[in-house]
Design a binder for this molecule. Structure first.
Ligand SMILES: Cc1cc2nc3c(=O)[nH]c(=O)nc-3n(C[C@H](O)[C@H](O)[C@H](O)COP(=O)(O)O)c2cc1C
Length: 247
């Protein structure tokens, strides 16, 4: 593998779940978000809200909420006397991409400045959390809380989590027939050193494939409730609607 300072930063990054109390200064926070903004985008379909005074996940001193934001797009389209015509599903899928590339740039920028971070998965798929954040943060219509990210100076040093073998991820010119042996090899690579489930307090002894398999067979938030929460935010997907996009 080739090496340089960027590749090294990417390869050494791991999620941090224990932080020092020190709040990163304003210049650091602004640098991280400015580097996030420099990610490729379709239409900068995002806004970033941050806090330094709450009780955030893993005791982190700094919390970001990255929202998918079609509100600002609508605002300037209206000034040009136009309306968004694209369907809400496409808008959401593009918004998720814009928000994700921004978020990952932020993670890597933070890493390069000596900070650690961890995404919190709940926000984007939990209707209760979507409604709670909407209320607490006074979000306008067509702004959807999507990605929660905590950050701070690390107070732990955990092993790097393994990844699938490259041959299980990178396919040349088409998708191969995967044999069970190849799947088993990929699973055992993931269950190697550093694969333990990470929690705030300790490494859970169960290995990655075990906890990931358990997670996906038990965890089933209601799709209807989630669609309802999206609809309340002004994104009408999954069911026919003739309501105005701007209600
Ligand atoms: C969308 C998303 C949601 C995540 N949610 C959580 C979470 O709720 N709690 C947690 O401890 N880690 C969470 N993570 C971190 C992943 O567990 C972690 O990135 C993954 O296991 C790989 O480990 P690494 O980041 O240390 O390389 C999340 C990551 C992503 C991308």
């Amino acid at each position: 593998m080739r090496k340089n300072i960027v590749i090294d930063t990417l390869m050494k990054r791991r999620s941090v779940r224990k932080f020092r109390k020190q709040i990163p200064d304003d210049e650091t926070i602004e640098t991280i978000v400015r580097a996030g903004q420099q990610a490729p985008f379709t239409s900068q379909l995002y806004s970033v809200i941050f806090g330094t005074e709450g009780d955030y996940g893993f005791g982190a001193p700094l919390w970001f909420l990255i929202c998918i934001d079609a509100y600002k797009l609508e605002r300037y389209m209206r000034l040009r006397h136009l309306e968004i015509e694209v369907d809400d599903l496409s808008l959401l899928l593009l918004g998720i991409q814009d928000a994700s590339y921004l978020a990952e740039n932020m993670v890597i920028a933070a890493e390069s400045l000596g900070l650690g971070s961890c995404f919190l998965g709940e926000g984007s798929i939990n209707p209760y959390r979507v409604r709670q954040l909407t209320r607490l943060l006074n979000l306008p219509p067509r702004v959807l809380p999507a990605i929660e990210l905590v950050m701070g100076f690390p107070d732990e040093d955990r092993p790097i989590r393994p990844r699938y073998p490259l041959a299980f991820t990178l396919f040349e010119n088409g998708y191969p027939e995967l044999t069970d042996t190849e799947v088993i090899e990929a699973m055992s690579a993931m269950d190697g050193a550093g694969s333990e489930k990470q929690t705030q307090f300790a490494a859970d002894p169960s290995h990655w494939t075990e906890h990931i398999v358990r997670k996906w067979c038990q965890w089933s938030p209601s799709q209807e409730d989630l669609l309802e929460a999206l609809s309340e935010r002004g994104f009408h997907v999954g069911k026919p609607t003739d309501e105005s996009k701007f209600d």
